[in-house]
Design a protein around this ligand. Sequence first.
Ligand code: SF4
Length: 365
Amino acid sequence: MRYVDEFRDGTLAQGLAAAIAAEVQEDRRYNFMEFCGGHTHAISRYGVPDLLPPNVRMIHGPGCPVCVLPIGRIDLAIRLALDEGAILCTYADTLRIPASDGLSLMRAKARGGDIRMVYAVTDALRIARDHPDREVVFFAIGFETTTPPTAVAIRQAQAEGLRNFSVLCCHVLTPSAIMNILESPEVRELGTVPLDGFIGPAHVSTVIGSRPYAFFAEEYRKPVVIAGFEPLDVMQAIRMLVRQVNEGRAEVENEFTRAVTPEGNRKAQDLVSEVFELRRSFEWRGLGEVPYSALKIRVRYGELDAERRFDLRYQPVADNKACECGAILRGVKQPTDCKLFGTVCTPETPMGSCMVSSEGACAAH
Ligand code: SF4
């Protein structure tokens, strides 16, 4: 398949591995964070760490939308299904995230909640049209990639006068999360998470472009290389990061030129800013409250906002004490540092959010 097979070529991968090995300096360590869960998945699936020299280390970042959703947000969705009698529509991975009281959306469904897996927000719109006598809520999660389709659906619902449709908006923003990591005590003061550069997200960057990362490169002196999701993309990005570190540069470079431009997708950006505005603060699993890191629905579309319609009040809930997801999402720990990894907690029986999606660090491991 074009744009896929040529980026999975084993011979080329060996060649890139040799090129990286030739460029790394033996007396220094290279610690790079892949922000995005898509890269985490590719790195594990294709065995990229086995091809890297021992002094090049990849650190998983918080860019998996399922992993960063805090328990309190899942609880709100469960409440809509069980207490308000709404049809709750959401993407598949969200169904298995552990919530309060031993529940998940899947278990709430077993208790009688009308919770439906959808492939796209347009499926939720269709369900709302088919059930005019029922409230239908779309549980919207994800980074900048999944936000534009939600914005389209909200506009569509308003244009159609679809009064039984609303959105529980939990869309989050990539640059704020990167900033939070760079400002964290582990990176700034304690040095427990040494960071020499970032692999920037692929799909997110097709929407926001490469410009938003310039601030991190300039202010924090951290190189960023935006990379596609195939293994050769990741290897090439690592090589570009190694080269920047060796040369003392901190710039934004774009390996994923087949899809990402400096300005991104202007049409999608305009659509998103028409429908959404910044939240003052939003709780992330692992990162805690992060200012201006998520979106809410603008007042002009307020009747489609499930939080307003059902007068929902967010209640923070502490994570399972034994689960290390928080530390893993901040890059402080690795999945194998968790006592539950692979024993009590498996992809079939996830105890924490990082084991749910294939993009989660624990599931990928
Ligand atoms: S292995 Fe399971 S319990 Fe441990 S950190 Fe990962 S998701 Fe949490």
